[in-house]
Design a protein around this ligand. Structure first.
Ligand SMILES: Nc1nc2c(ncn2[C@@H]2O[C@H](COP(=O)(O)OP(=O)(O)OP(=O)(O)O)[C@@H](O)[C@H]2O)c(=O)[nH]1
Ligand SMILES: [Mg+2]
Length: 297
């Protein structure tokens, strides 16, 4: 008999959800950056082990003061991921202390029909007494949910968490063929790798103001010498075009080089990457456009 199930990782922005999904999947599925609100949509990472299939659902961080339609739609993605979950993993940034736990606990306490695990992350940044104190404070508030202390970054505590998750997966036929690792197409991962580099190389509003569209993607196949990928980086206002480009095109050139390297190692082949910058005025406020374009799909 096979077992299969959906596990939703939820938490506030920057708590380490994508890092954890990557650690549990032993591979890179989700992009990670030091800035909050990196993940915009729900990303499945599918782990297959003999007769067991676990589908981890990485979600955007819960945005407490959703300002833009984009933010509201990101919150909707979290609700969507809870609707079909078999298990919820509530991730808390241990460095933020009990306050972050209280916030996420308030948001999730209404969900009482699903099993939950509480995971305190980033314990590599806490000393032993801080870890013990936080654990005690949490256990004082909830007594019926297991609590794990981990570091998604160093993988400390991750194998124990994984085996606990595995034990909670119900008997069910596989939901996906056993040779695929995500529900998203290659184009999605390519656009995410470019967006990840934008998070690393640009400051302030820029990473939040862009979306990356792959409009041409040819020759993606490890057997071929080179893939040719053309991407458009859409910004939301005029002034951001020159910031994206940099003096004499220096910034976009550096972005192209680093994104190409990431894509090459992801695809396992040489890549030509063409980048173009365009304006899609104020797109984050344009709900119809966000829905139609598939940015969150
Ligand atoms: N020291 C330390 N840093 C961590 C750990 N886990 C994640 N981080 C860092 O925390 C930052 C945010 O990690 P992400 O995985 O992008 O967090 P997220 O919850 O997916 O963020 P959003 O998608 O923006 O909601 C990154 O700089 C990570 O490297 C950890 O266990 N220890
Ligand atoms: Mg993320």
């Amino acid at each position: 008999m096979t077992r299969a199930g959906f596990v939703s990782i939820i938490g506030l922005p920057n708590s380490g959800k994508s890092t954890l999904v990557n650690a549990l999947s032993e591979g890179k599925i989700s992009i990670v950056s030091p800035k909050p609100q990196t993940t915009r949509q729900r990303v499945f990472s599918i782990v297959n082990k003999d007769s067991l299939q676990i589908i981890f659902s990485d979600t955007p961080g819960w945005i407490l003061d959703a300002k833009y339609p984009l933010h509201k739609l990101m919150n909707d993605k979290i609700s969507e991921s809870l609707s079909d979950a078999d298990l919820i993993v509530i991730l808390v940034d241990g460095q933020k202390g009990i306050q972050e736990f209280i916030q996420i606990h308030e948001l999730t306490s209404k969900i009482d029909h699903l099993p939950k695990l509480i995971v305190i992350n980033k314990i590599d940044l806490l000393i032993q007494t801080q870890q013990e104190q936080l654990l005690a404070e949490i256990q004082k508030m909830i007594s019926d949910i297991p609590v794990f202390l981990i570091s998604a970054k160093t993988a400390h505590g991750v194998p124990e968490l994984m085996s606990n998750i595995e034990n909670k997966i119900p008997e069910h036929p596989f939901y996906f063929p056993d040779d695929i690792i995500s529900d998203k197409p290659i184009r999605f991962f390519i656009s995410e790798l470019i967006r990840e580099q934008i998070f690393f190389q640009y400051q302030d509003e820029i990473p939040y103001s862009v979306f990356v569209e792959i409009y041409s993607c040819k020759g993606v196949d490890e057997g071929l010498e080179m893939a040719k990928i053309e991407a458009i980086i859409h910004v939301s206002k005029e002034s951001q075009v020159s910031i994206m480009l940099g003096k004499g095109g220096s910034k976009i050139k550096a972005l192209g080089i680093s994104a190409r390297k990431e894509i090459e190692s992801y695809l396992g082949q040489k890549v030509y990457l063409g980048l173009t910058v365009k304006i899609k005025k104020d797109w984050r406020n344009n709900q119809a456009f966000i829905e139609k374009s598939g940015i969150l799909r």
